[in-house]
Design a protein around this ligand. Structure first.
Ligand SMILES: NC(=O)c1ccc[n+]([C@@H]2O[C@H](COP(=O)([O-])OP(=O)(O)OC[C@H]3O[C@@H](n4cnc5c(N)ncnc54)[C@H](OP(=O)(O)O)[C@@H]3O)[C@@H](O)[C@H]2O)c1
Length: 292
């Protein structure tokens, strides 16, 4: 049985659906089981990363775990709690959903070599812990999710410009369905044990590129408006977001704007044996969200 954490989320939910469709035994972990929309045959377990005894219950009998946490400063604590429970239960394999830009000691541009912009700091402790866990492991470092553009849906429906915090900085925007497909593949095969996979789409796209592709799919203009990072920081703080969350978010946007995240890899294709989906395909498949 494979335990999927973050099962009410974007990636975890899709991993549950894809694994269940291939007949794997899956257990979806959720804080509120009623919010977990799982297919027939999948189990649901109520558990919280902040409740150790619930994690012990969730991992019991699992041979593998997909570790997906909500973005934020709690990631290291949540990773550590799940890994401790998995280790105690003798789970054989853990696949961690990390993020592009994360580095660990010994990698080029690792923690010691990082410049003034720090990215990936939420995931580094968990990436280090997984290597020391004694279990087989794979780390997935996806690039920007195509689905992040759903945050623009309201503006696009209203015909107003979408915010651009990253100028012409491009990223290897990846379809969440491909991230989940890679997760499902590596959870069920030893071929990628001990590997770090950087998951991108087939091309590097800036925010204006994504707006252009959405515009083409919708058949009407989608404009962007530049939002300087100091303005974005103030807006996020004023809306009550945790300052630590805001700092990492702004650092990440600065990293992208400087052109430092324009990475495209062939890792999705190497695992799945087919090219990653394009952003245009994602947009066509999610058009309804942008139509009033
Ligand atoms: N967005 C991007 O472009 C991007 C790119 C690369 C990497 N990432 C990484 O991907 C991860 C986010 O993936 P996602 O988009 O699939 O996440 P998501 O949709 O935000 O879902 C987060 C999941 O975590 C669960 N969760 C939150 N707090 C919990 C707790 N205390 N105990 C148990 N479960 C808890 C949520 O459950 P509830 O329903 O109970 O809240 C939800 O299922 C982050 O680690 C992020 O750093 C994101």
């Amino acid at each position: 049985m494979i335990l999927i954490t973050g099962a009410t989320g974007n990636i975890g939910g899709e991993v549950v659906r894809q694994l269940a469709a291939t007949g794997e035994r899956v257990r979806a972990m959720a804080r509120d089981p009623f919010r977990a929309d799982v297919p027939d045959g999948a189990e649901v377990v109520r558990a919280d990363f902040d409740d150790v005894s619930s994690l012990e219950h969730a991992v019991a009998g699992a041979r593998a775990v997909f570790l997906a946490t909500a973005p934020g400063p709690a990631v290291p604590r949540h990773d550590a709690a799940l890994l401790a429970a998995a280790r105690a239960a003798g789970v054989a394999k853990v696949v961690k959903l990390s993020a592009i830009g994360t580095t660990v000691a010994g990698e080029p541009d690792g923690p010691d070599g990082n410049g003034p912009v720090k990215v990936g700091t939420w995931h580094r402790p968990g990436e280090e812990a997984i290597r020391a866990s004694g279990a087989a492991w794979t780390v997935l470092r996806p690039s920007e999710y195509a689905s992040n553009t759903l945050r623009w849906a309201q503006a696009i429906r209203a015909g107003t410009p979408v915010p651009n915090m990253t100028g012409s900085g491009a990223q290897g925007v990846v379809d969440p369905r491909d991230v989940a497909a890679v997760a499902a593949a590596v959870l069920t095969s030893p071929a990628w044990d001990g590997r770090v996979l950087t998951l991108t789409g087939p091309e590097a796209l800036s925010v204006p590129d994504e707006a252009r592709l959405l515009s083409r799919a919708l058949g009407r203009p989608v404009e962007t408006t530049d939002v300087p990072l100091d303005v974005a920081r103030r807006q996020m703080l004023d809306s009550g977001l945790d300052p630590a969350f805001v700092q990492v978010t702004i650092d990440g946007r600065a990293f992208i704007a400087a052109g430092r995240n324009a990475t495209v890899t062939d890792h999705v294709e190497r695992v799945l044996g087919r090219p990653p989906r394009t952003f245009a395909t994602w947009a066509t498949d999610h058009l309804k969200a942008f139509i009033a």
